[in-house]
Design a binder for this molecule. Structure first.
Ligand SMILES: [Zn+2]
Ligand SMILES: [Zn+2]
Ligand SMILES: [Zn+2]
Ligand SMILES: [Zn+2]
Length: 528
C-alpha cells in the first residue's frame, strides 16, 4: 500500500504524486483501517495527529482540559480541551531516545543533543559565544581487554582489510582452540567482537568493568581537577577562582559489548562559561593524557568465590586538541611558552563535526537489535543475571548453608551488595550509566530545549487559531527564557493509553518519519 504526502516543498523528490510512501507489506486488516479513514473522512485528522507528534511511533494519549490565566488580571487567556484535538484525544510524543524504539522521537533527541553539544562548543542558546575561544579537547576512553576478540583490522591506511589475528597457526589455547585467526572480517560480520575462545574470555571481569564504568568516569573528572590544581599551583578549594572543567560525553557500545566514552572537555576561566582559561588546549590535553591512565576503581568481589578487582580504562586513550584557546595573558618567556601550539595548525577537528558525531551515538542502545543479539552479547546478558543471583545469595557461597535447604540470602546483608541490581541492567549488558551526560555549566540543558519546543508549539497553535502571524523577533531568546509568572496554566489530564489505533497508522507514522529524515538530509546536502 502507498500513500502520497500532500506538501509543497520545492524540489524535494520525496513529495508529491510521484513519490508515494512505502508502507511495506501491510496485513489486510491494517490496510482496511487506513482505507476506512479515507472513506469516513478522518484521514486529514490522522494527518494532523501525525504532524502534532512529529510522526512518533507510540504517542501517549491524554484526555482532559487546560485553562491559561493571566495572573495579574485573572483573565482567561485560552482554553483547550482534548475534545478539540484532531482525533478527539491529545497526543504527546513518547520522547524515547532510542532509534530502535521510536525513529521520530530519537531524531528529536539527537537534534537536541546536537544543539546542546554545539552550544557548548560555539555558544548560542543562552551560552555565551566566548566559549568558542576556550580550549577544547576531544577524548575517547576505552575498555581494557578481557581476552582476544575477532575484529576488523587496519591495512594500508584503511580502517579494515587486515587479517584478524595473524599468529602461529599451530598454537592453541588451553581449550584447544587456535590462537590465530587469518580471516579478513568486515564490519557486518557477526563474529566481530566475539572472543576467539569463549572459555578463555573473562566474562565476569568484563561485566564488572562495565558496571563500574560510570564511576571510572566520575573519578577521571576528579583526577583531572587535581591535575589542574597541581599545574596551576593552587588548592582544591581555590581552583574555582582559576578555572572550571566542563564537558559533554556520550557512551558508545563497541562490537564486543563494552562501552567507550567520547568526551568534549572544555576549560573555562573562573567567571563562568566562556571566561578566559588560564591554560591552553595543548596543556589541557597533556593533563588529560596524564590523568586518565592513573584512574582506578576497586571493585569488591561478587561473593566468597570471587576476587576483588582493580579496574582502569583501557590503554587505548585518544586525546586530541580541538581548539587551543590561547590564554589571555600569555607570557612568551614563561615556562609554558613552548607548549603553546599554533592554533591555525592544531585545529584538526571541526567542532561541529564532533557535535554531530556525539549526537549520532546518543540515540543508539547496545548497537544490536535486542531480538537478534550476537551470541557474545547474549553471553554478557546471562553473565549479568548470573552475577546478580550470586550477589543476592553471596552468603551461601563456599562456607554458606546447605543450598538444598534454602534458596535465598540467610545473612540479611546480601541486599547491600553493589551487584544486586546487575540483573535489572542485563539488557544494557551491565551498563547503568546515561548515554549522554554533561557537566552543569557545559551548555543549555536538554530539558530547557524541550520546554522551548513545547512553547513554540503552543505559540504556533495560537497563531493558527487567531490568524495572527507568529512574532519572530527574539523568538529563540523568548522560547529559551525561564518562564515568567504572568500566566498560569491549570490543567486536568488523564493518561488513557499509548500507541496508534492500528498497525497501519503506526506504519504510516514511521514511513512519514523516514521521509522527513530523507528531506532533512536532502536539505542539508543542498545547503552544504
Ligand atoms: Zn515517539
Ligand atoms: Zn577473527
Ligand atoms: Zn581457550
Ligand atoms: Zn546473605
Amino acid at each position: 500500500m502507498t500513500v502520497t504526502l500532500d506538501a509543497r516543498t520545492g524540489g524535494f523528490p520525496g513529495f508529491g504524486e510521484d513519490a508515494p510512501l512505502d508502507l511495506g507489506n501491510l496485513p489486510a486488516s491494517a490496510v482496511a483501517g487506513l482505507v476506512s479513514r479515507f472513506r469516513n473522512g478522518t484521514m486529514p485528522d490522522l494527518s494532523d495527529a501525525l504532524a502534532s507528534v512529529g510522526n512518533c511511533s507510540h504517542p501517549i494519549h491524554l484526555h482532559g482540559t487546560s485553562t491559561t490565566i493571566d495572573t495579574a488580571t485573572g483573565q482567561v487567556l485560552s482554553e483547550y480541551s482534548s475534545a478539540d484535538a484532531p482525533l478527539g484525544v491529545l497526543l504527546r510524543p513518547c520522547g524515547n531516545r532510542r532509534a530502535d524504539v521510536c525513529p521520530a522521537c530519537s531524531r528529536t533527541y539527537a537534534r537536541d543533543t546536537f544543539a546542546m553539544i554545539r552550544s557548548g562548543l560555539l555558544g548560542g542558546k543562552t551560552v555565551p559565544e566566548t566559549v568558542a575561544d576556550n580550549p577544547l579537547v576531544f577524548a575517547t576512553f576505552t575498555a581494557p581487554s578481557f581476552g582476544h576478540v575477532h575484529g576488523t583490522r587496519p591495512k594500508n591506511g584503511h580502517k579494515s582489510g587486515g587479517r584478524c589475528r595473524p599468529y602461529d597457526r599451530t598454537k592453541t589455547c588451553p581449550h584447544g582452540r587456535p590462537k590465530a585467526c587469518m580471516t579478513v572480517h568486515t564490519e557486518a560480520d557477526p563474529a566481530v567482537g566475539a572472543p576467539l575462545c569463549s572459555d578463555c574470555y573473562d566474562w565476569t571481569s568484563a561485566v564488572i568493568w562495565q558496571w563500574h564504568a560510570p564511576e571510572l568516569w566520575r573519578r577521571f573528572t576528579i583526577a583531572l581537577r587535581r591535575a589542574l590544581v597541581s599545574h596551576l599551583d593552587t588548592t582544591d578549594k581555590a581552583l574555582r577562582h582559576r578555572a572550571s572543567v566542563q564537558y559533554a560525553k556520550v557512551a558508545e557500545f563497541q562490537a564486543r559489548g563494552l562501552v567507550h566514552f567520547h568526551a568534549l572537555i572544555r576549560l573555562d576561566g573562573p567567571n563562568g562559561p566562556g571566561s578566559p582559561s588560564p591554560v591552553d588546549g595543548a596543556t589541557l590535553a597533556r593533563l588529560i593524557r596524564d590523568a586518565a591512565p592513573a584512574v582506578r576503581v576497586e571493585a569488591p568481589p561478587v561473593d566468597g568465590a570471587d576476587v576483588p578487582r582493580m579496574l582502569a580504562f583501557g590503554s587505548q586513550l585518544d586525546v586530541r586538541t580541538v581548539r587551543t584557546g590561547l590564554p589571555q595573558t600569555l607570557n612568551p618567556y614563561g615556562p609554558d611558552a613552548t607548549q603553546v601550539e599554533d592554533p591555525r595548525t592544531s585545529d584538526t577537528l571541526v567542532p561541529e563535526q564532533v557535535a554531530g558525531y556525539l549526537a549520532k551515538y546518543s540515540t543508539k542502545s547496545t548497537g544490536t537489535d535486542p531480538d537478534a543479539r550476537p551470541a557474545h552479547h547474549r553471553r554478557l546478558v546471562r553473565t549479568c543475571r548470573w552475577l546478580a543471583e550470586r550477589a543476592r545469595t553471596a552468603c551461601r557461597g563456599l562456607a554458606g548453608p546447605d543450598p538444598e535447604d534454602d534458596d535465598g540470602c540467610v545473612c540479611g546483608q546480601c541486599e547491600d551488595s553493589p551487584y544486586r541490581l546487575l540483573g535489572k541492567w542485563a539488557h544494557m549488558l551491565g551498563f547503568r550509566g546515561h548515554f549522554s551526560t554533561k557537566s552543569r555549566r557545559y551548555s543549555v540543558t536538554l530539558g530547557r530545549l524541550r520546554a522551548a519546543r513545547a512553547k513554540f508549539a503552543r505559540l504556533r497553535a495560537d497563531a493558527d487559531r487567531t490568524g495572527q502571524p507568529l512574532d519572530t523577533r527574539d523568538l529563540e531568546a523568548r522560547l529559551l527564557a525561564d518562564d515568567d509568572a504572568t500566566t498560569l496554566v491549570i490543567g486536568d489530564w488523564h493518561y488513557t493509553g499509548t500507541g496508534w489505533t492500528t498497525d497501519g497508522e503506526k506504519e504510516l507514522a514511521e514511513a512519514a518519519a523516514a521521509r522527513a529524515r530523507e528531506y532533512a538530509q536532502w536539505k542539508a546536502r543542498r545547503t552544504a
